[in-house]
Design a binder for this molecule. Structure first.
Ligand code: FAD
Length: 403
């Protein structure tokens, strides 16, 4: 059906999920106000992997060319044993097996670059209004709309419906679902991107190969890949802390990082001093929930399905959410109907990715005999064996529009 009366949709949160949702909603013909609590829009200085489901979503949002301009399309995904330094398995992203199955590229990008591409597209869209310094404290809804209240004392904002894209610690999810604090995995990440020229010796060979390297070891791993046309090299070191305490930040420290990686192979030990230590990220997720829509408020991205990063899918799933939301809002100007269609399309798939992300982390961090068996199993697969990952990288198709 053709939209006769565009809605005013408010989006809470200006991360990758919120910006993509604002863009998709505006492209579906509605008016959008996006509110972000930070004083300025931005993302952290680290990399992001975008599997073909994400590059398809970016294409559908009209921003793939802008993202491709600085992203790197790595030739291979390589899993190495972090203790022995041996290659366990790899996937060839330039093979015909890849292109036969996936129409869109596997990309790695700097978060800031992806965020900037989405932000620019929102800024250029006449139906999107962007506001920073607006922290939502509460959302009341009645039969006709939703009223957002702000910590800074701005006048309340009234919209026909609200998309809550306010991340892992979502204030709106807390109000609507009330499932407490996120679940801490006791793992922590140190990450950042540095000029590729700083990588020397063996590390410079890996960097020059442009492959995504995953060094899997007992209760730890290291991920490396180039971003920003290859000018920067992103490194993420992840490990489980033995000193986790829920009430303090005094665990998962730099000293523990050194200790956990001490037994790694030379290539990993060489790379470790160049892993950014500016900040540590404790890694959280939540259990899936069955209801993403509460009247005129819908959850999206990490607010709906925060997941551990082991399948590198959190942002990819948020982008898929945005596309599905835009399609639903393009077919119905009744927010309840559109939100129900969005959640029906996305919930099952996002839940599956969310639960499998935990499992994939366990496989990656196996020790002893478990690790030996994993390596044996994985090394028997060829570089064109996409069967097991294909479901993750392929979004659920949109239902055919009603005639
Ligand atoms: P966020 O990025 O958290 O954005 C939420 C926004 O809402 C923020 O800007 C925040 O300031 C704002 N906000 C919060 N509360 C309020 C409020 N009350 N009022 C107004 N604004 C508010 N994903 C991938 O796809 N590929 C990867 O390779 C990958 N690697 C990862 C590696 C690590 C170590 C980690 C931790 C995550 C990784 N992810 C990856 C996951 C990905 O980063 C997240 O899933 C994604 O960024 C979530 O985006 P979002 O917009 O939903 O939430």
């Amino acid at each position: 059906p053709v939209l006769t009366s565009p809605l005013h949709i408010a989006v809470v949160g200006g991360g990758i999920g919120g910006l993509a949702a604002a863009l998709a909603t505006a492209r579906a013909g509605h008016r959008v106000t996006l509110v972000e609590r930070a004083a300025r829009f931005g993302e952290i200085g680290a990399g992001l992997q975008l599997a073909p489901n994400a590059s398809l979503a970016l294409d559908e949002l009209g921003v793939l060319p802008a993202v491709r301009a600085s992203a790197v399309a790595p030739p291979r995904l390589v899993m190495m044993d972090a203790l022995t330094g041996d290659e366990v398995t790899s996937l060839d992203l330039r093979s015909s097996a890849y292109t036969d199955r996936f129409a869109h590229p596997y990309l790695v990008t700097h978060r800031t670059d992806l965020h900037a591409a989405l932000l620019t597209a929102c800024q250029e869209h006449p139906a999107v209004t962007l506001r920073t310094g607006h922290t939502v404290t509460e959302a009341d809804q009645d039969g006709s709309g939703v009223h957002l209240h702000f910590a800074e004392g701005h006048a309340p904002l009234t919209a026909d419906a609200v998309v809550a894209a306010d991340g892992l610690h979502s204030r709106l999810r807390q109000e609507l679902v009330g499932d407490g604090e996120p679940v801490c995995s006791r793992y922590v990440a140190f990450r950042g991107a540095l000029p590729t020229g700083k990588m020397t010796g063996r590390m410079s060979q890996h960097a020059a190969s442009e492959a995504v390297m995953v060094w899997a070891g007992p209760r730890m791993h290291l991920v490396q890949y180039p971003v920003r046309r290859g000018e920067l090299y992103n490194q993420v070191a992840v490990f489980e802390s033995d000193h986790y305490t829920p009430d303090s930040d005094d665990w998962g420290t730099e000293a523990e990082l050194e200790e956990r990686f001490a037994g790694a192979c030379e290539a990993v030990r060489d790379a470790l001093p160049l892993v950014s230590r500016d900040r540590r990220w404790p890694l959280y997720d939540r259990a899936p929930i069955s209801t993403w829509v509460h009247g005129r408020i819908a959850l999206l991205g990490d607010a709906a399905h925060p997941m551990l990063q082991y399948l590198a899918q959190g942002a990819c799933q948020a982008l898929e959410d945005a596309v599905a939301l835009g399609q639903a809002l393009g077919q119905s100007a009744d927010p309840a109907e559109a939100f129900a269609a969005y959640a029906d399309r996305r919930r099952e798939r996002a839940t599956l990715v969310q639960t499998n992300a935990r499992r994939f982390g366990e496989i990656c961090h196996l020790e002893g005999m478990g690790a030996t068996l994993r390596n044996m199993l994985l090394s028997s697969r060829g570089p064109e064996a996409f069967d097991d990952i294909s479901w993750v990288w392929t979004p659920t198709p949109a239902p055919a529009p009603a005639l």
